[in-house]
Design a protein around this ligand. Structure first.
Ligand code: MIC
Ligand code: SF4
Length: 640
């Protein structure tokens, strides 16, 4: 399946594992937290209109609107969409991935989104990939999206899930099997007899959290189940069949018997720390949050309502529910399920990212919070010492009712049977469809929160400076560029830059700016899997603004490494990972021939540690195209 979709979209390179390929992108999506920069960069590129089949701009992340900043961003997004022929999904319409799956996802097509959970639409048979905003801007203008030709792992699903065990538990099992690191450059393709037992939203839960595996994307076949889903969305014409050939070959095959899976948790502070719910039974719970792009489909929330009906949320628990889309919320409301949830004491939250990104519903100090979302990184909930556990809706409901972790199979309730409706409620009135493909006369609103996209300077002959921070393994983009309450500064890079590594070392910003003023380069040193998590290009853009010249790590995650290149920061990895121990924070370092090494195609460069009088060899794992971008000081410069 992967090969079929990739080869029909290949516009540069050849499908040979590890080499760089360029893909034609059919659809793009953005959300408001990454979207403003994506569209500012689209404007900077200077194209008159989009050339994709469909581009949608969602307003779903920053809907809290404390202060004028988010409202400014939303107005900018609405007006820039009208100018260039982009569909706008207004605040209140739901979370981009859930809404895109419902209304726009099409099997066999490619989708590029400025959000790491874009692979959600892999559940409907798309090659759906997350990337930085600048890559989306280029794709909207007709440019290819470049990535390493992937390895393909097949997950052979057999059997059928037992009652109270869900698609969320399947993907948590995948995280236990593959972990959150070491999967860069892989696409996961699901197949086997178990596929037909999973609905499209269940498949989407599984592909959604492929982001946590660190794979490029995940994809399911497009079969009769897909057809029925599209039919219920009144989009049957968008269906095509997409199945693997019988003799298809894969780089690796993983067997997964659905009937053997049991309810699982990801425990603090990584989606890869998996334990069974049984192991943790009895742990006191303070908060339960249900929703996010991972688990907020109609069937799940109807089932939740049936579980909660006639009961009251435990007095020590605060239960929040954020339905993933307005379609789901409206259906729950019209069919009475919402009333039962309200009656149970649930706090109904807006149909948006909200609690998942920590911009609302933060738990109390030291709380145990059970969430159905996909990331439990430290401090992401907005409360640094909170312990966040990720689970299915069913496991979360059991905690909400009992006040402690409980295996939902022990609730003593019959598993509520809920089928996908024959027809979903179709109401597209919260989309603004552009009148003409491009309306050059419409004016673009720019409030004071809308800044200019920053640019880097060309790569100099040599780089000298200081290691500004030494970090451990699995540093996420939430560590680099905190979201939550800081999200509203996304369109204002000087302001947002004040918070780089805020939770690791609050002096980072000031120290970097001082060096930058003196012409001294700043360098980041990190362990394995640097840049996990979000696609936010701000995790490269803001360090670039602070004068960061290179990131030296044991390994780097795909989207973040690409973003570093896009902003002219050189990504480097250790030839010998044990050399990481030899360098310390505050070491003075230099790369005497960096420009030559980059431009000549050298696969390594020598770091001179002046403080310790030692030399360390670092890999330069860059394509010829990426070398040009880095030398130019970033993609915007290289396009000029
Ligand atoms: C996330 O889940 O971390 C986000 C917020 O959706 C990010 C995008 C962003 O930082 O705006 C993502 O996953 O890419
Ligand atoms: Fe929104 Fe959370 Fe999904 Fe990111 S992971 S898109 S913040 S719901």
């Amino acid at each position: 399946i992967v090969e079929k979709v990739l080869s029909s979209h290949l516009i540069d390179g050849e499908l040979r594992t590890g080499t760089e390929i360029g893909l034609k992108i059919d659809q793009t999506l953005t959300q408001d937290a990454t979207g403003t920069m994506a569209y500012l960069q689209f404007e900077a590129i200077g194209k008159k209109e989009i050339t994709t089949e469909l581009s949608v701009s969602y307003i779903d992340h920053n809907t809290i609107q404390v202060g004028f900043e988010n409202a400014d961003d939303h107005r900018y997004l609405q007006t820039v969409a009208a100018r260039y022929g982009i569909v706008l999904s207004r605040a209140g319409n739901g979370i981009c991935h859930q809404v895109h799956l419902e209304r726009f996802g099409r099997p066999g097509k490619t989708l590029l989104g400025s959000d790491s959970h874009t692979p959600t639409c892999g559940g409907i048979g798309m090659i759906a990939i997350g990337a930085g905003g600048l890559d989306i801007a280029v794709a909207m203008g007709g440019g290819a999206f470049y990535l390493a030709s992937p390895k393909v792992y097949k997950v052979n699903l057999t059997g059928k899930l037992k009652p109270w065990v869900t698609a969320k538990d399947v993907v948590l099992k995948m995280l236990e099997t593959l972990s959150t690191k070491g999967n860069v450059g892989v696409i996961v393709e699901y197949g086997g007899t178990g596929v037909a037992t999973l609905s499209v939203p269940e498949r989407a839960t599984i592909t959604n959290m492929g982001a946590e595996l660190g794979v490029t994307t995940s994809i399911f076949p497009s079969d009769d189940v897909t057809r029925q889903f599209l039919k219920a969305e009144k989009r049957e014409k968008d269906w095509i069949e997409l199945v693997a050939d019988k003799d298809a070959k894969y780089d690796r095959t993983i067997e997964l018997d659905l009937s053997k899976i049991e309810p699982l948790f990801a425990t603090p502070h990584s989606p890869g720390n998996i334990k069974t719910v049984k192991e943790l039974a009895g742990l006191k719970v303070d908060q339960v949050a249900i929703g996010s792009c991972t688990n907020s489909s109609y069937t799940e929330l109807v089932r939740l309502s049936k579980i909660m009906k006639g009961k009251t949320v435990h007095p020590d628990v605060s239960l929040g529910i954020a339905p993933g889309s307005r379609q789901v919320l409206q259906m729950l409301a019209r069919e009475g399920y919402l009333a039962d949830l309200i009656a149970s004491g649930a706090r109904i939250l807006e149909s948006s990212c909200g609690f998942c990104i920590g911009n609302s519903f933060s738990p109390k100090s030291g709380a145990v919070s059970i969430r159905t979302s996909n990331r439990n990184f430290e401090a992401r909930s907005g409360t640094k010492d909170a312990q966040v556990f990720l689970s299915s809706v069913e496991t979360a409901a059991a905690a909400a009712l009992t006040g402690k972790v409980a295996d939902p199979r022990d609730l003593g309730i019959d598993y509520p049977k809920v089928d996908q409706p024959k027809e979903f409620l179709i109401d597209d009135s919260m989309f603004i469809f552009p009148n003409t493909k491009a309306s050059s006369s419409s004016e673009i609103f720019r409030g004071p929160n809308i800044g200019e996209p920053p640019r880097n300077s060309k790569l100099p002959e040599r780089l000298t400076g200081e290691i500004m921070i030494k970090l451990g393994d699995k540093i996420t983009t939430d560590h680099i560029m905190p979201a939550g309450a800081r999200l509203k500064y996304r369109s204002n890079v000087p302001k947002y830059s004040q918070y780089v590594f805020e939770n690791n070392d609050a002096t980072f910003h000031d120290r970097c700016l001082k060096n930058k003023e003196k012409g001294v380069g700043n360098f980041i040193l990190a362990g394995e899997s640097y840049g996990q998590g979000s696609s936010r290009e701000h995790a490269a853009m803001c360090p670039m603004y602070l004068g960061v010249k290179a990131v030296i790590a044991k390994s780097l995650e795909r989207i973040h490494a690409a973003n570093l290149v896009n902003f002219g920061i050189v990504p480097m990895t250790f030839k010998d990972p044990s050399d990481y121990e030899k360098i310390a924070a505050a070491d003075k370092i230099e790369f005497t021939d960096i420009k030559k090494a980059i431009e000549s195609g050298a696969d390594h460069v020598v770091l001179k540690d002046v403080s310790k009088n030692q030399e360390i060899v670092l890999n330069l794992n860059l394509s010829a195209r990426q070398r040009k971008i880095v030398a130019a000081g970033g993609k915007l410069n290289s396009l000029a």
